[in-house]
Design a protein around this ligand. Sequence first.
Ligand code: CUA
Length: 327
Amino acid sequence: MPPGVRRTAFATLVTSLLALTATAVAYAGNGGFLPGDPHSPGAQRIQDAFLFVAVFTGVIFVVVEGALILFIVKYRRGKRERTAEGPQVHGATRLEVIWSVIPVLILAAIGAFVFYELPGIQDAPKANAANETRVTVEGHQFYWLFRYPDGAISIDRLVAPADQVVHEDITAPTYDVIHSWWVPDLGGKLDAIPGRINKTWFKAPVGDYIARCYELCGVQHAAMYATVHVVPRAQYDAFVAKRGSEAGKLDLGREEWTGVCEKCHRLGSKYIGPDLQGNTLLANRQGLESLLRSGRGVMPAVGKNWTEAQIDALVAYTKQFAGKGGS
Ligand code: CUA
């Protein structure tokens, strides 16, 4: 085999292997290539669009980079003079038409596909009122607060009924900053903008799904994750009933402690904020309330819009840490 042919064969082999590797990753479903594992109709459509676009970009990548490598090898200077010039070519109408028309067709195909998928991502399927669930998702520095019917509240863990449409009203308090709610397995990102409501929905089987804040919102942005805990309807109803009553007080208090306080404070050591071990404020309802509602120094007013019941719940839980050297 002459050296030229051998080299071309080698370049082709390398390019093909690279292409095959990329295909394997794409085909594996979620080898880090896709944003999530779709478990809701909207997420499925987003993934379909993602894959549709990825096919074109993948082919273009392989063709362009393959040609680049091939040309670098095949047309290298070798023994030719450094000043040697190639043939001077002007215009190639057929080629130019081809490389103009193909991208137009690709863009038209991508645009058409995305517009076809969009309504199914945006609009929730019709459901009868009994099966409708609505929750408010509120982004705070640095926690997610979820509001259910009858004043029930949870922090960093959204409980939702399985296999039914769940409407999410995504927002943030007017005094807070912009966050972004993203549950990759259930749909796309949506900004939580102070004083505004963005709407989305999901319909998912029983399971736990990871949610993240996707908008840089301050020092603990990276700690702003949550779980969407999808359970059978009866379990969801029981959860909301308990959270709306006195019986759910300690559970809420614990979530407030881990989801709100512990984002910046630790017991027994300094973290982003001061050590809270044995801090008498933890058992002082009035003092704690004023701190939560107004903030202090670099600490944001994390509990500015909390209900009295929410403050009660936190004190009921944190008073155990207030004693000297308590645990
Ligand atoms: Cu909230 Cu980033």
